[in-house]
Design a protein around this ligand. Structure first.
Ligand code: UD1
Length: 369
């Protein structure tokens, strides 16, 4: 069975690494790696390939940035001839970024099976571009791998045949477990002059949080109040950086002796910072999951989440941009009054193995036919 694996944006690299490694071990699967080029900065792309030992992509579509329509269309136009040339049996996409829907759509229209890893997550917030990508990708997928039971319910409620759905666990957590020993060795805590459990780690990049200057300024004001309680490390996403650099008021708003601004970090340094943080503030999806497994308190800076399991079972709480909720959450964490959470089922480091087993069974039954 020939499979074309697709990646485009930073979280995709973390998800695909264990899948590529597990496919390499299989005698029944042959795979290629296509990078759409949605993320292209060294710190957002190549560094992840190097640290995770990912093979160089067989094809790089080099689409770069653009509006949603431009980016999605460019990926589709450049991906179609690749599928034409390689003629895979299936295209495997991960997550919910523009590269995910673009390549899935190309494949399904060419009669190539679509495999979606991390299917069925729903925030029920259709103003999020990722929610649209998730809904549409799942509708055109032939095989859907899910990280949790509520994803199965979401898919079945949308009319997807249960037989296409496989509960395998979380590939992002496969990577977390595999690379944790290496991350332990990172000296980022010393480099940044931090104390273990003595700082907060912040990430912020959702359009809903950073695209309106007024909201972002208000938000940064709250973060300065957090920084008055404990140092805040803030690796800044290019989208957020561009917004802040464009405005003198925002540049002032982010300045505080307790806020440590850095470039986006590599996977290992970032994992080490998460592991040792007193608390994490984030609007990222994957970080809600990683902090749950690391048992680090997480204040999720969103009104909703497509990963409710991280709230119900894990260490996350939704606080949105609400100043009172954020500051109260920080105080509760500092007072040691936070839930310990538990690790969700199958977030055990073996999700990619399970995926490969399903694919091998399919390949074998095809050969037997
Ligand atoms: C994308 C995903 C989002 C994911 C995030 C992780 C979509 C719709 N969004 O958001 O779900 O959480 O990746 O990081 O696919 N830029 C650079 N260098 C880069 C990449 C981006 O400077 O390597 C800048 C560009 O100005 C670009 C902006 O960041 O316009 C946004 O990049 P884009 O890929 O459109 O979306 P993200 O916000 O990164």
């Amino acid at each position: 069975m020939k499979i074309l694996n697709v990646v485009g944006a930073r979280p995709n690299f973390v998800k695909i690494a264990p899948i590529v490694a597990a496919m390499k071990q299989s005698r029944h699967l042959r795979s290629w790696l296509v990078h759409t080029g949605q993320h292209y900065d060294r710190n957002m792309s190549k560094l992840f390939f190097d640290e995770m030992g990912l093979p160089r992509p067989d094809v790089n579509l080099e689409v770069g940035s653009g509006s949603h329509a431009q980016q999605t269309a460019a990926i589709m136009a450049r991906f179609e001839p690749v599928v034409e040339r390689l003629r895979p049996d299936a295209v495997l996409v991960v997550g919910d970024v523009n590269s995910t829907i673009a390549c899935a759509l190309v494949a399904v229209k060419m009669g190539v099976r679509v495999i979606h890893v991390e299917a069925g997550l729903r925030s029920r917030d259709r103003t999020m571009p990722e929610e649209i990508n998730r809904l549409l990708t799942d509708q055109i997928s032939d095989l859907l791998f899910v990280t949790c039971k509520d994803a199965i319910d979401n898919l079945v409620a949308e009319g997807i045949d249960r037989r296409k759905i496989h509960f395998v666990g979380n590939v992002m957590i496969d990577s977390l477990r595999r690379f944790r020993p290496l991350a332990e060795k990172s000296n980022v805590i010393e480099r940044f002059g931090l104390a273990r459990r003595g700082y907060a780690l912040l990430t912020l990049h959702r359009p809903g949080n950073v695209d309106r200057a007024g909201d972002l300024r208000h938000f940064l004001g709250t973060l300065r109040e957090v920084a008055a309680r404990l140092p805040v490390v803030f690796p800044i996403h290019p989208r957020t950086r561009a917004r802040i650099e464009a405005s003198a008021a925002l540049r002032r708003a982010v300045w505080h002796p307790g806020i440590l601004l850095t470039e986006p970090l590599g996977y290992l340094d970032f994992m080490k910072l998460m592991m040792e943080a007193r608390l994490v503030l984030t609007d990222s999806g994957g970080i809600q999951e990683e902090t749950t497994v690391l048992r680090v308190p997480c204040l999720t800076l969103r009104e909703n989440t497509e990963r409710p399991i991280t709230v119900v079972e894990g260490t996350s709480e939704l606080v949105g941009r609400d100043r009172a909720k954020i500051l109260a959450g920080v105080e509760r964490i500092l007072a040691g009054q936070w839930k310990a959470g538990k690790v969700p089922k199958y977030w055990d480091g073996r999700a990619a193995e399970r995926i490969v087993r399903v694919l091998e069974n399919m390949a074998n039954s095809k050969t037997a036919q």
